[in-house]
Design a protein around this ligand. Sequence first.
Ligand SMILES: Cc1ncc(COP(=O)(O)O)c(C=O)c1O
Length: 400
Amino acid sequence: MKQFHPADKIQDLQYFGEFGGVNPSISDSSTYTFLSAKTMFDTFEGNADGCYLYSRHSSPMNLYLSKALAAMEGTESANVVASGMGAITSVLMQLCESGDEILSGRTIYGGTYAFMKNMLPKWGIKTKFIDSTKLDVVEAAITPNTKVLYCETVSNPLLEISDIESLARLAKKHKLTFVVDNTFSPLSVAPAQLGADVVIHSLTKFINGSSDAIGGVVCASQAFINTLKDVNNGAMMLLGPTMDSLRAASILKNLRTLHIRMKQHSDNALYLAEKFEKDGLTVVYPGLKSHSNHDLYSKMINQEYGFGGVMTLDVGSLKKANELMELMQNRNLGYLAVSLGFYKTLFSAPGSSTSSEIPIEEQIEMGLSDGLIRFSIGLDNNIERTYQMMKSCMNELTIF
Ligand SMILES: Cc1ncc(COP(=O)(O)O)c(C=O)c1O
């Protein structure tokens, strides 16, 4: 990908807090005073830059965090919200109306899948789920009603890679808005630099990285962010998925170490993926040559942040997967928990947890077997030691 240095963009942000603090002061107000009634009117109309109205619309700390994330993705603007789902649902509600269709990758986060499949039809919006790694399949599925093309850069949980640059070209050709969920690959991939119109993150995962907060962001053009925040017609303003200012402050502080953490997550995940593959296990990790899209992904990423912190192992059955996860937790190798990006390794069996919204027949069709364990590899300092401990758990359970 063309040279883009997201960590430098974060490094280059400079803050002078209200009292000269090196961190911006946290604004602890839901509402804001106006020195003249006219300015209040202008602010409602969206014509008074720099004035705050009411914190559901925007607040100083949320704008700081939004600005940092826009810099990270290289977009004109961004807006943070209370969860990744708050970002996804707002964007889709904003872009689509009754009669419209969404074309979405089929291996996506279970909550996104459930929203598209079960809720959007209530408003007359249909979703076609396709294999977004196959350009011909995507193009063939576009109809005159298609409005949005949606995918995850690295899909959850199968770690399939979509060719963002080619999909962006396709979206432009057919005048679709291309929305990319980049939650699994912050810093590694910058979808907007590859042509995506809207980039979404669940901040809950790697970006915050301490499993103490839920958050989301939409990075896009200023015009689209303004639409989302419009007081009369904006999904973020009217559905109300507002992030709390105190949370925005803590996430902004964690964002500053993201580059260091991503390198360590990626190095550790690559080490384990290579070792377990050599041991004969079924491992999926984009950094492995055996991954079906390894070459494509190698070209898409900022190499210095590596191939990401998530890998999967298939241990054959849900029973074995559960036994292994319990044993690893007992041996303090990590936690049997959903989510990603923590300093400790997190593991779960997606078929019975984060992807359980997807019906069993569809899970089978997309290759999501019940023995699959998703690992979000932690920041372990001695990954060789971790490998030996994990291996001994597997030996005990005769997984090898
Ligand atoms: C890829 C992806 N997108 C979105 C979400 C939803 O984010 P949140 O839990 O912050 O609402 C998740 C959560 O697991 C996810 O994995």
